[in-house]
Design a protein around this ligand. Sequence first.
Ligand code: AMP
Ligand code: MN
Ligand code: MN
Ligand code: MN
Length: 287
Amino acid sequence: MTPILNADLHCHSVVSDGTLSPEELAARAKANGVELWALTDHDEIGGQRRAAAAARVQGMAYLTGVEISVTFADTTVHIVGLGFDPDNTQLAEGLAATRGGRGERAKDMAEQLAQVGIKDAYEGALKFVGNPALISRTHFARFLVETGVCKETSEVFRKYLTEGKPGYVPHRWATLGNAVRWITEAGGIAVIAHPARYKFSANEEFALFSEFKAHGGRGVEVVTGSHSPAEYVTYAAMAKEFELAASRGSDFHSPDESHTDLGTLPLLPGALTPVWDLLADRIRPAH
Ligand code: AMP
Ligand code: MN
Ligand code: MN
Ligand code: MN
């Protein structure tokens, strides 16, 4: 068994809704002591080649990564994929289809914001977009901060862009089964991202974990920037109960917005199987 590493297997670059380039993220991860890194942009693997090369330059081991948006029980759930073949056609096509509705959704979001007096939000959000195929709520949040509507992005998500608030547009993402299948058939493993974020009832959460397992899912994030220390304990127990491997990642997006920096969270509890134990032959070595 591999030892418990300082692994950070969840973060975002300008290829989705982060503000740093893959190279800047790699340097920051290395400076913070990360030994095994994965870039996991939303619904997009266009940054993987650069990230792997940058990890090599920094002398860090690398796993390919992605964070797929899924609709499960009328809720958006995120599934992280790790260690897949980035040249797999089915995965690329699935991700392209998942990204597909984002442009129209963004226009609908801007229309709603206009109704509460916030003009030109589509054009405003676009200025923050690094990848035109990947316009997200985060880019709108940055526009609302820039124009002084809100002080910080967390305030935006309390007042706008979320269910029941102006600028929220419901969207159907990939199915759970498809997301797990795309990742698995590309040779990777699927991991439930930040499970505490979904506010599911116990029954809904049981359904998510059971169906995820039935589709071939293998892991769950236990230590993440989205969980409290009490939630590390809860999801360590869930990992054991469902016989899932455990993952760790900051979900870092930006030095100005993220509370959790790359590589700075507590290490995984030793009693769990780390996801990298399932991916030994998929890790690109540091040198
Ligand atoms: P989208 O995929 O367009 O729905 O955007 C989702 C992204 O919005 C997430 O990946 C986060 O980066 C960001 N986000 C969602 N909720 C919050 C929140 N409460 N605080 C800060 N960022 C959030
Ligand atoms: Mn994000
Ligand atoms: Mn997420
Ligand atoms: Mn994320």
